[in-house]
Design a protein around this ligand. Structure first.
Ligand code: ZN
Length: 124
């Protein structure tokens, strides 16, 4: 599963951060702010699910996940439309993803990030 492998890396790096000296999560509300590119995942729901599975039994078990998905953008060469596309508009597995322009229907290239943009650990 795509999301699972991605989240495995994310959770691993978060746990390493928590293990650093001076980081005290005892009784603290933990929030994970994760920003990923739309082409890095298939769906936000699957990403959340993977997170929940991976943090079970770890100090992150009660952490809230604030997932921000950077939208992919379509740039139409035909009518000049440029804008974000909804989740699931293209298959992230494709090397050069294409989608139909929402304005004129031309098949146009889609750009978006394929990786994790940022991981932030917030302790309240
Ligand atoms: Zn167009």
């Amino acid at each position: 599963m795509h999301e699972y492998g991605l989240m495995e890396e994310v959770v691993k790096s978060l746990l390493a951060k928590l293990a650093e000296p001076g980081v005290d999560t005892e009784g603290a509300e933990t929030e994970v702010v994760l920003k990923v590119g739309a082409l890095a995942i298939h769906s936000a729901a699957a990403t959340r699910q993977a997170f929940e599975v991976l943090v079970k039994g770890t100090p992150l078990e009660k952490a809230r996940l604030n997932l921000i998905v950077e939208p992919m953008t379509l740039a139409c060469p035909s009518c000049g439309f440029k804008g974000p596309l909804p989740e699931g508009a293209v298959d992230p597995h494709e090397q050069l993803p294409l989608a139909h322009c929402p304005r004129c229907g031309t098949l146009a290239p889609v750009t978006g990030s394929r990786g994790v943009e940022s991981i932030e650990l917030v302790l309240d």
